[in-house]
Write a protein that binds this ligand. Structure first.
Ligand code: HEC
Ligand code: HEC
Ligand code: HEC
Ligand code: HEC
Length: 147
């Protein structure tokens, strides 16, 4: 296909060029004031700041769960934080809200289901065959990870 630049009057080109530059400037100004969000940057920061903090971090558990913490810290699951399996724990620290352990096969399958995209040296199992239908923790200690 042969693309030809259309013959338009000179003023059309000039106006087109001017509008493009104007749009570009408006975009830069808005970007500086609003960032990538539809709100002003300060509003956005305020909104995020006002969200309650829900996570506590694993080091917050040492004081009261020393036994589990010590076992976990020596295991290969040390890179899986307590709250990955127990959910956000700040309320548990502040007012002893009950936490539950997620005992479902699905939780463990998230990381351990066999996938071609996973590094072959990462421990993974065929979840349809491995361990029948029982919860993984009937045979594995979640804090030690080893069976
Ligand atoms: C100030 C002490 C304290 C700290 C810190 C603490 N816990 Fe606990 N936790 C307890 C007590 C006491 C129980 C037993 C509650 C019961 O039996 O009703 C408990 C129970 C639990 C349970 C069992 C389920 C339940 O709610 O009874 C889980 C899971 C748990 N804690 C996880 C954590 C995690 C994860 C952290 C760190 C983010 C943590 N805890 C930090 C005192 C603490
Ligand atoms: C890989 C997931 C996983 C990780 C990581 C994990 N837990 Fe657990 N935890 C569980 C499951 C599952 C249970 C069993 C819950 C049940 O039987 O209802 C449990 C049980 C518990 C219990 C109550 C029963 C018990 O064994 O005394 C406490 C307390 C607890 N975990 C604390 C922790 C703390 C503290 C950490 C981090 C140092 C941690 N867990 C890390 C999955 C995990
Ligand atoms: C967020 C990801 C994640 C979740 C969820 C998770 N694991 Fe793991 N698991 C790991 C990592 C990372 C390792 C260490 C891999 C390595 O050594 O290369 C591991 C190792 C293991 C191993 C191999 C033995 C060992 O100690 O290295 C077993 C068995 C295991 N996990 C069982 C479980 C069970 C059971 C659950 C559910 C209660 C679970 N995992 C949940 C990430 C996870
Ligand atoms: C009936 C008991 C049983 C159940 C249930 C079970 N496992 Fe296992 N699992 C074992 C035994 C025994 C081994 C060690 C021998 C082997 O590799 O088959 C093992 C090994 C593993 C390994 C290590 C494989 C490797 O390459 O090192 C992983 C990861 C694992 N299991 C994850 C899981 C997950 C995830 C679940 C739940 C979806 C689960 N297991 C349920 C008994 C069980």
């Amino acid at each position: 296909m042969n693309f030809k630049i259309p013959h338009l009057p000179f003023w059309v080109w000039t106006l087109g060029g001017a509008l493009t530059i104007l749009a570009f400037n408006i975009a830069i100004t808005l970007r500086a004031e609003y960032g990538f969000h539809l709100e002003k940057i300060e509003e956005n920061v305020k909104e995020w700041r006002s969200l309650p903090i829900q996570y506590a971090g694993a080091s917050a558990c040492i004081d009261c769960h020393q036994d589990i913490y010590t076992v976990w810290a020596k295991s290969n699951h040390i890179i899986v934080s307590c709250e990955n399996c127990h959910g956000p724990a700040r309320a548990h620290l502040e007012n002893r809200a009950r936490l539950t352990g997620n005992t479902s096969r699905e939780l463990c399958e998230l990381c351990h289901a066999k996938l071609v995209s996973r590094p072959s040296d990462f421990p993974q199992v065929d979840v349809k065959k491995h361990g029948g239908q029982s919860e993984c923790i009937t045979c594995h200690n979640q804090h030690i990870s080893r069976p």
